[in-house]
Ligand binder design. Structure first.
Ligand SMILES: *Cc1c(COP(=O)(O)O)cnc(C)c1O
Length: 361
């Protein structure tokens, strides 16, 4: 019988996705992004897989994330993409990470490390909008890179990506002429796949290395392979007569005789309550609807009157079973969110189990 809730991660799929993206990026190198515990897949194991696929860089969001990778023996060049407080700076430097800067004050505090100047070309979040300040900072000897980040790369047909790209290209051109060794980078997964001119010297791909589609569509259309499956099992199977209900608030009341399975996974595992009467599970090789309120530790599934599912039967909330599949993108659509939030939300209570195409890793 499986553990109550398992996130099975195929490291071979992550490797293949990294190779595919590196090839798509042409001459630009790939910086796989493993922040947020590798988008829920596990940062260290994702980093190992990415390195196995030839990645020389890894992106994280925080100083602690960089340190966690170093402590686990990851040797790739690390870049902390997010803001670093004065308190965190020592941790980032001890992890020998590259840092992103957009102010004189921070550049001064981080002097002597490896700095990437961030121009805010339109994201309106981190980075400076002051191109003169950015150019002044870029003259420092400890600067090794120039970067920006796109706000709308995942929106097909939008024109703002082009505007940001023009602004960034105008800014980097003279700096690059003066110092060709500077590493110029801008693209996330969506821009890498959508806009060749955004690739520059390096692309920072997160979502796509996990085989998830940055456009929220079918990842297979880009040749990406979903790496994560969320699995549980039928802990109880019992008949439910008309008028009987399941779960808090009686959000499901049977209208005809049926059979319900209880799966021991709930919102404390990251199965969001918004999936109440709004999701499917694969069990016994068929898609069956989740019925009733998602609770903290359990959900209930309607097996139908012909349900022939035994206690212990494997159940899949994300992934494949007997040729049927549920994509993260489907779950995201039902929750009116994005695939990123779905896998990042799978909590630490869910055991991560690593394999390579079915072979225990
Ligand atoms: C998270 C992040 C990325 C990766 O974005 P994806 O859409 O997951 O590919 C790239 N750059 C920066 C600055 C980020 O914060």
């Amino acid at each position: 019988m499986p553990l109550r809730a398992l996130a099975r991660v195929n490291l071979a799929a992550i490797e293949r996705n990294c190779r595919l993206l590196a090839a798509a990026a042409g001459d630009a190198q790939l910086c796989p992004v493993v922040k947020g515990e590798g988008y829920g897949h596990g940062a260290v194991m994702t980093a190992v897989a990415a390195q196995g696929a030839g990645a020389k860089w890894l992106g994280v969001a925080t100083a602690n994330e960089a340190m966690d990778l170093r402590m686990a023996g990851i040797e790739a060049r690390l870049i902390v993409l997010g803001a670093v407080s004065p308190e965190e700076l020592d941790i980032a430097l001890a992890a020998d990470a590259d840092l992103v800067v957009w102010s004189e004050a921070f550049a001064g505090a981080a002097a002597g490390s490896r700095l990437h100047i961030k121009l805010d070309s339109g994201m309106g979040r981190l980075g400076t909008r002051d191109a003169e300040l950015a150019t002044r900072l870029a003259g420092r000897e400890d600067v090794v890179g120039l970067m920006t980040h796109f706000a709308t790369a995942d929106e097909r047909g939008d024109s703002f990506l082009g505007e940001q790209l023009d602004r960034f290209t105008d800014w980097v051109a003279p700096l690059r002429d003066a110092r060709p060794e500077l590493i110029v980078h801008a693209a996330n997964s969506a821009a890498t796949l959508r806009q060749p001119a955004a690739r520059f010297d390096m692309v920072r791909c997160g979502i796509a290395i996990y085989g998830l589609d940055p456009f929220g569509e079918d990842p297979l259309a880009h040749g990406l392979e979903p790496a994560l499956a969320l699995e549980t099992y039928a802990a109880a199977v019992k008949p439910c007569a008309p008028g009987e209900s399941a779960g808090y608030g009686r959000q499901f009341v049977a209208t005809e005789p049926t059979v319900l399975a209880t799966l021991p996974i709930g919102y404390a595992d990251g199965v969001r309550r918004g999936l109440t009467n709004n999701a499917d599970a694969l069990i016994g090789g068929l898609r069956r609807p989740l019925v009733g309120t998602v609770s903290m530790d359990n959900v209930t599934v309607d097996l139908g009157s012909d349900g022939d599912v035994a206690v212990g039967a494997p159940a899949v909330l994300i992934g494949e079973q007997d040729g049927e599949r549920i994509l993260v993108e489907e779950v995201a659509r039902r929750l009116d969110t994005i695939n990123y939030e779905v896998t990042c939300g799978i909590s630490a209570r869910v055991t991560r189990d690593y394999h390579r195409d079915g072979e225990q890793a």
